[in-house]
Design a protein around this ligand. Structure first.
Ligand code: SF4
Length: 354
């Protein structure tokens, strides 16, 4: 659908909470319960336009169409991996892209979504970091990734592990979680949603207090100085403080915690690292996910060998830490954090006159 400038500037219905939709219904002269009907069209149907909301009166639909837009946006590009992983690119402001990766497995269909356009956290191993920061996604743009892919109705799990640091855009991430998990919204269980963080402590505390979704903390190195080299955030919020928080102040015992640990050959994959990792996370009920590194252009980092990965896992397991090795998915389409959108950006820059 080609929208004119006027259409683009109308507020989006998609991404509104029930309270916001109730205000809209009131303005449209609709009864209060109509807000739930509109929410059902937005979050649990395949309706594309306001006109498709057939249980809303014609007159009210006319009012809504004149004053609002549905707010859905289709992906602009998709790459399909030989293993079935699909990488969707959605247009964002200033000719940038955000990406979502659909990962089908026999028992679950996961979508990895972005929360920001680029990222300001500067992790050494991450392609999104190179793109710099270009803005936060609002709840509508976060949820649009889920609603606007062809596999939308098949999704069983959502992970906030695409571009951006979710805790750096906390209010919009929390709003998107409210819409995802509410009865009037997508009706997804918070058990099936995982939000990742590199450990922005104040926002992480807020998240733990206000959401029931699962939390995945990106750890990647148990030694302060070494982690700092990989992840500058360590200087501001050291991992030890994050551990203290997770150890002592976690009222919701039902929430599942995990630590993400990307293994880099010779950098963080030695027995010394494995033993220190066990010490660091002692007393925190969490699993460790060991992740194979997709090499990215221009870094000296490479992924650990299978032998080192298994050795690392063995040490953790011997100490009673539940540890899984994550299979790599979508390597042939570069389905790692930020890779594809940055490539697309580079292509655009190469084609431009500058
Ligand atoms: S790993 Fe995550 S937090 Fe770090 S730069 Fe990349 S997107 Fe940002």
């Amino acid at each position: 659908v080609i929208k004119d400038g006027n259409e683009m500037s109308k507020p989006k219905l998609f991404g509104m909470t029930l309270t916001e939709l109730q205000q809209v219904s009131e303005q449209a002269g609709l009864p209060k319960y109509a807000a739930k009907q509109i929410a059902a069209w937005l979050y649990r149907s395949e309706a594309k336009e306001i006109e498709d909301m057939t249980n809303i009166s014609k007159q009210a639909r006319k009012y809504l169409s004149e004053n609002f837009q549905m707010g859905l946006e289709l992906p602009e590009h998709v790459d399909v991996s030989s293993d079935g992983t699909k990488k969707y690119l959605f247009p964002a402001e200033n000719e940038k892209f955000i990406e979502a990766a659909y990962i089908p497995e026999p028992k679950r269909k996961t979508l990895c979504i972005s929360s920001q356009v680029g990222c300001k956290m500067g992790c050494l191993f991450c392609m999104t970091a190179r793109m710099g920061f270009h803005g936060n996604l609002d709840a509508a743009a976060i949820l649009n990734q889920i609603r606007s892919i062809p596999e939308s109705s098949e999704l069983t799990n959502i992970v906030y592990m695409g571009m951006g640091e979710p805790m750096d855009n906390l209010e919009q991430v929390l709003k998107s979680l409210e819409i995802l998990t509410s009865d009037w919204g997508f009706q997804m269980s918070p058990k099936r949603i995982t939000v990742s963080t590199i450990g922005i402590l104040p926002a992480m505390k807020e998240f733990l207090a206000r959401s029931k979704a699962q939390l995945a903390v990106s750890l990647h190195n148990p030694f302060d100085k070494e982690r700092q080299e990989l992840m500058p955030v360590q200087q501001v919020y050291p991992m030890k403080q994050i551990m203290d928080e997770l150890r002592h102040d976690r009222p919701d015992k039902l929430r599942k915690l995990s630590f993400e640990y990307i293994l880099f050959e010779g950098v963080n994959d030695t027995p010394r690292h494995a033993k220190e990792l066990v010490r660091l996370i002692h007393g925190v009920k969490a699993r460790v996910n060991l992740i194979h590194f997709h090499p990215i252009p221009g870094t000296p980092l490479t992924g650990s060998s299978d032998e080192n990965t298994l050795k690392f896992q063995r040490i953790l397991k011997e100490k009673g830490v539940i540890t899984t090795i994550r299979r790599s998915r979508g390597e042939d389409i570069q389905a790692a954090c930020g890779l594809l959108s940055t490539k697309e950006l580079i292509k655009k820059e190469e084609n431009s006159d500058y």
